[in-house]
Design a protein around this ligand. Structure first.
Ligand code: AMP
Length: 208
């Protein structure tokens, strides 16, 4: 199964991706997680990415395409993968089509998790992550349990200002992927509003 997840920041892609990859036993390839690991490790890529990420801007297509081409060529991705956060621009989507064709494989579906803008800022600014397990919480909608609450962290780009920049970038640079994949007959729209379990059920229905 080769899947792509598209959706605005805070739509729940990370939460839902963790469930889907468990079900299909495929690797979860999150470019945001890969970049955050590079920032933490202080690699040259991390240094370049850090500036763009903090500002809520996209990292350049060249860097991202190289990173993903290398990742999907690894052994564990041969049986499939879920791409979360890539592609984010039409040039990235074009490069992915070329890379997949060169491996003689194709995408099975592109899921778009739809959440309207006025819900996004609250979702993002309340978001926290457990650094030990990677579990994602929300201080109001899904608070961490008492033994985890003391150690949760907030992403540097989960501020209101960076969130607004990310939302603007989503509409301008990423949303053209919706007609792109619709044209390829791969698009499945899923309502991302509601309880995580309900959204998971909708995704399962969409995937058939
Ligand atoms: P995410 O965790 O998917 O929200 O990504 C966090 C940040 O990483 C984004 O706001 C971008 O700065 C950067 N990023 C992640 N994936 C990409 C991509 N495919 N293209 C460009 N920038 C990306």
């Amino acid at each position: 199964m080769r899947l792509i997840f598209i959706g605005p920041p805070g739509a729940g892609k990370g939460t839902q991706a963790a469930r889907i990859v468990e079900r299909f036993e495929i690797p979860h390839i999150s470019t945001g997680d890969m970049l955050r690991a590079a920032v933490k490790a202080g690699t040259p890529l991390g240094k370049l990415a850090d500036i763009a990420m903090k500002a809520g801007q996209l990292v350049t297509d060249d860097l991202m395409i190289g990173l993903v081409q290398e990742r999907i060529g690894q052994d564990d991705a041969k049986k499939g993968f879920l791409l979360d956060g890539f592609p984010r621009t039409v040039p990235q989507a074009d490069a992915l089509q070329t890379a997949l064709a060169s491996h003689n494989v194709a995408l099975d579906a592109v899921l778009v998790l739809e959440v309207q803008d006025d819900l996004i800022v609250d979702r993002i600014t309340g978001r926290r992550t457990d650094p030990e397990t990677g579990a994602i919480y929300h201080m109001t909608f899904n608070p961490p349990p008492a033994d985890v609450a003391g150690r949760v962290t907030q992403r540097k780009d989960d501020t209101e200002e960076a969130c607004r920049a990310r939302l603007e970038s989503y509409h301008r640079q990423t949303s053209p992927l919706v007609p792109f994949y619709e044209g390829l007959g791969l698009l499945k729209r899923v309502d991302g509003v509601g309880k995580p379990d309900d959204v998971t059920a909708r995704i399962q229905t969409a995937l058939g």
